[in-house]
Design a protein around this ligand. Structure first.
Ligand SMILES: [Zn+2]
Ligand SMILES: [Zn+2]
Length: 254
């Protein structure tokens, strides 16, 4: 099983990261992708990935941080991606109109720029989107990246059907296990197993029965169980499909 999206460089893991990784391994999570929100964090993600053969990294600037983007950051991003074979994608990048921590025009500009770089250096893009799916899709349609995942998908099926039609992936978190997740369950019902990944987005969004606690990669099994339940298939089938999808998407060594 693969946790396709977690934040192991987060300060909440600083005290016990080796234990967190050991618990993941013990629970059958044999690979993890640690995602960056800033270029500074990307350096930490790369350092963690370099230390552990089963951990891979991404480099990118989150929409919350778009306002801190400065001249030269495009070159810095490219250099960071090239600095290690363990870097497998550009992300997470996107738009977040729920929190609006960065002005929307800045978010759009920094997202489009990073999506362009991902295309140019032939890396998949890990996309974050909250209450911005129309603007996000406009930029995607313009740039037409070869490969992307809409992570922590909480959107209505009607809004993300076009991602599936275009051959892109959706990724689901512990939110899937929450009682008020009717929209997500409908999206999962429609999303083919061949186009989905599972993730924790740890340290946040711990799935039931760990809800409210710090989340960690070992808990990704709960997302697989919820999807198996919704689709009426076995957990093994969800594991096999989502693992194969993550290996192909991130081009992980098999
Ligand atoms: Zn995100
Ligand atoms: Zn994330």
């Amino acid at each position: 099983m693969i946790d396709s999206h977690c934040h192991l460089a987060d300060a909440k893991f600083a005290a016990d990261l080796p234990d967190v990784i050991a618990r993941a391994t013990k629970n059958g999570v044999d690979r993890m992708v640690t995602i960056a929100d800033t270029l500074e964090e990307a350096e930490k993600c790369i350092a963690i990935a370099e230390k552990h053969p089963q951990i891979f990294a991404t480099v990118g600037v989150h929409p919350h941080e778009a306002k801190s983007w400065k001249q030269g950051d495009d070159d810095r991003l490219r250099l960071l991606v090239q600095s290690s074979k363990k870097v497998k994608a550009v992300g997470e990048i996107g738009l977040d109109y729920h929190y609006d921590f960065s002005p929307r025009d800045t978010q759009r500009e920094v997202f489009a720029l990073q999506l362009k770089i991902a295309k140019e250096i032939k890396k998949p893009a890990v996309i974050h989107c909250r209450e911005a799916v129309e603007d996000l899709w406009m930029i995607i349609e313009k740039e037409k990246p070869a490969s992307l995942v809409l992570h922590c998908c909480t959107e209505k099926w009607e809004d993300v059907e076009r991602f599936i039609a275009a051959g892109y992936l959706l990724s689901f978190t512990g939110i899937t296990t929450y009682p008020n997740a009717a929209d997500i369950r409908k999206t999962i019902k429609h999303c083919p197993l061949s186009q989905m990944m599972i993730e924790t987005d740890a340290p946040y969004l711990a799935p039931v029965p760990h809800r409210g606690k710090r989340n960690e990669p070992a808990f990704v099994i709960e997302v697989a169980k919820a999807i198996a339940d919704i689709k009426g298939v076995s957990v093994e089938e969800v594991d096999a499909a989502t693992t194969a999808n993550a290996v192909e998407f991130y081009r992980l060594p098999s």
